[in-house]
Design a protein around this ligand. Structure first.
Ligand SMILES: [Zn+2]
Length: 206
């Protein structure tokens, strides 16, 4: 059975798949992406592509198989391009505290003993934690990445090594994670909005 036929389905089946789309995407984002592309479901394809940001680009590459050839390599290359563009957006955002944390979040992270003196007197752990968070996010540019146990363990360890007795932590850590995740979402939304449009030719990426 070729891939095109495998992924084709009737109207009723399509309706059912769309109804359970969120679950399907979380179970098999790459399969969901291919299915959405083959049916021209733009929103669903974008959602699946976004879910794949939670993994590395190498993970997407190993998911690819020759049996998908007739799924249009263009969709596959768009996926890789989208993933790379999202990583670039994270990288380009830099690691300034004011970029990743809004005023409200920064107010949660004050420390009177801050060695990183700035107008907000943000706690000393904030700057190194942001730098580390960006490094963690580059290969997997998804809001999910920063919420995962592994990322949290790395960041919490770093913060415990760099904070002082007056730093507000761990209550501030939840706010920190939420702010970073929100910023990641903004950055990848911008990529999705401006670059990831079906029906446009591939040359728009060059
Ligand atoms: Zn402190």
């Amino acid at each position: 059975m070729d891939a095109a036929r495998k992924y084709k389905m009737g109207e009723k089946a399509s309706w059912l798949v769309k109804l359970h789309w969120t679950q399907y995407v979380s179970l098999d984002p790459f399969g969901a992406y291919l299915l959405a592309c083959s049916h021209g479901w733009t929103t669903q394809a974008k959602d699946a592509a976004q879910s794949l940001l939670g993994g590395t680009i190498q993970e997407i590459e190993v998911s690819y198989s020759p049996s998908m050839e007739d799924m249009s390599t263009q969709h596959y290359h768009r996926l890789l391009t989208y993933h790379a563009r999202c990583s670039t957006a994270i990288f380009s955002a830099g690691s300034a505290t004011t970029t990743w944390l809004d005023v409200k979040a920064r107010k949660m992270m004050l420390c009177r003993h801050s060695v990183y003196y700035d107008m907000d007197n943000v706690a000393g752990w904030v700057a190194p934690a942001i730098t580390r968070a960006v490094v963690i996010l580059l290969p997997r540019p998804s809001p999910r990445t920063i919420k995962e146990a592994i990322a949290s363990a790395v960041l919490v360890t770093l913060i415990q090594e760099t904070k002082c007795g007056s730093c507000s932590f761990p209550s501030a850590y939840a706010t920190f994670g939420d702010s970073i995740a929100r910023k990641v979402q903004q950055l990848i939304d911008a990529v999705r909005g401006s670059l990831y449009q079906f029906g446009t030719v591939l040359t728009v990426y060059s």
